[in-house]
Design a protein around this ligand. Structure first.
Ligand code: ASP
Ligand code: MG
Length: 439
């Protein structure tokens, strides 16, 4: 079970979610926690100040954070003993954070990652102490002992499996195991992380390694909706998604899940359930290996997309043209999301503009280059295999009044994507909902 930042965002929330951890008779739960909401951002801020050689700025944020946690500690515990125990822990924690403001050496990425790890270390200690105070048979297993990435920065699945299994053998008789999401060690043994939002990933890695009954991602909404409820009216929860559908949705903007976390669960065949801490008995969304034939499930959008078109008569009947184009993106470590080609041109999209000027400069060697900013990918997900006649037509019918810049269909069996201007995003999403999910 993974609980995100808002699910453990206040002492009151911590007490509420603790009720959810408690397993039914005979079972055991493994709980992955994020940092309390806002904390990771504060830690990023502290690191920012330290990069800019401003220890006073960093100290101000550290002091504010400390005050906040002292107040939380007061509120969370019933007994002086546990207040005292947690205060002692916080004292050490904040002493450690302050040591970075006094360091004579220049601040580096290694130190930044250590700082970013403290949010989850603090939240898990607070919650574990609370469970122990309440008499639960709970134990905190440090993620830094068993979540590791390899030389490519990818989770080292074999290591994780062996390490977690041996941890559980060593500590067999607990009802609730608690660990930190997001944080890990890298191949060099340094403290690292699985990128922002990475706690979902931790939960999926652990659930897959342990082959649990299911992996539960607890957030503060009722599962995945069939469109973005912040933008479109009358969205409905989607009760079931196929792994691939969920992966496409997560990647294309449905903020509820970390985009890469579905893969390990899919390989292990462990279903992932999205649940709501504010409404724990609601059914949520289950993600598993079933394909619901011929159903379109959901729409999601990804913002801040840049579209690049390269046109060249040299592309006509030439081989190797696309390779040259793609190599430029590889050289600048910029990943491509959508691609459409014709005989004389190729359009593609990126969401990382960091190297745009260099990329465009290089591309001009191969053709005429046009760049469109402020675009948006709208992705329709469902059973969209080519054998299901008429489904892509329904999606296209929905956008008949919208100037569509690119359409991508056939890349997978589960998606059709439209590239539109940001200003057309809302009406495109609304039109898709109206056409695809009418009843
Ligand atoms: N605390 C980390 C973040 O805010 C990881 C997570 O919450 O999933 O990104
Ligand atoms: Mg999250």
């Amino acid at each position: 079970m993974k609980f995100g930042g808002t699910s453990v965002g206040t002492p009151q929330r911590m007490k509420e979610v603790a009720k959810i951890f408690r397993p039914t008779a005979g079972g055991q739960s493994f709980v992955v926690l994020s940092a309390m909401s806002g904390t990771t951002n504060n830690l990023v801020e502290i690191s920012d100040y330290l990069y800019k050689n401003n220890p006073e700025g960093a100290s101000t944020v550290i002091n504010q954070l400390e005050q906040k946690y002292i107040a939380h500690t007061d509120e969370l515990y019933d007994t002086e003993a546990y207040r005292e125990k947690t205060m002692q822990f916080l004292k050490e924690e904040f002493k450690y954070l302050r040591s970075f403001t006094k360091s004579a050496t220049t601040f580096s990425e290694v130190e930044e990652k250590i700082i970013l790890a403290q949010g989850e270390i603090i939240s898990t200690n607070l919650v574990t102490n609370y469970l122990l105070e309440q008499g639960d048979k709970a134990i905190l297993l440090p993620a830094l002992d068993f979540v590791r990435t390899d030389a490519n920065g990818e989770p080292d699945l074999n290591f994780i499996r062996e390490a977690i299994v041996s941890q559980l053998k060593e500590h067999p008789d607990y009802d609730i195991y608690i660990t930190q999401g997001f944080i890990c060690r890298n191949a060099k043994g340094e403290i690292d992380n699985l990128q922002r939002g990475g706690s979902d990933y931790t939960a999926c890695l652990i659930g897959s390694a342990l082959q649990t009954d299911e992996i539960q991602i607890w957030t503060d909404i009722d599962g995945m909706h069939n469109n973005d409820p912040r933008i479109v009216e009358n969205t409905k929860p989607v009760r079931q998604l196929y792994f691939e559908e969920a992966a496409e949705l997560a990647y294309f903007g449905a903020k509820i899940l970390h985009p890469t976390c579905i893969q390990p669960a899919k390989f292990a065949g462990v279903p992932v359930r999205l649940l709501n801490t504010m409404n724990p008995t609601a059914p949520g969304t289950i993600i598993n290996n079933e394909i619901q034939q011929g159903t379109i499930k959901a729409v999601a959008a990804k913002d801040n997309i840049t579209c690049i078109r390269i046109q060249s008569s040299r592309m006509l009947l030439a081989y190797g043209f696309l390779r040259k184009v793609f190599e430029i993106f590889e050289q600048y470590r910029t990943s491509i999301d959508m691609i459409c080609t014709s005989e004389v041109g190729v359009s593609l999209t990126i969401d990382n503009r960091g190297h745009l000027t260099d990329i465009v400069g290089e591309l001009k060697k191969y053709g005429t280059v046009e760049v469109d900013d402020n675009m948006c990918i709208i992705c329709v997900v469902g059973d969209l295999a080519s054998g299901n006649v008429g489904f892509e037509t329904r999606a296209c019918m929905a956008v008949k009044k919208i100037p569509v810049r690119m359409i991508s269909y056939g890349g997978s069996n589960y998606n059709i994507s439209f590239l539109v201007k940001a200003e057309d995003k809302k009406r495109t999403m609304q039109a898709l909902s109206e056409t695809l999910f009418k009843d």
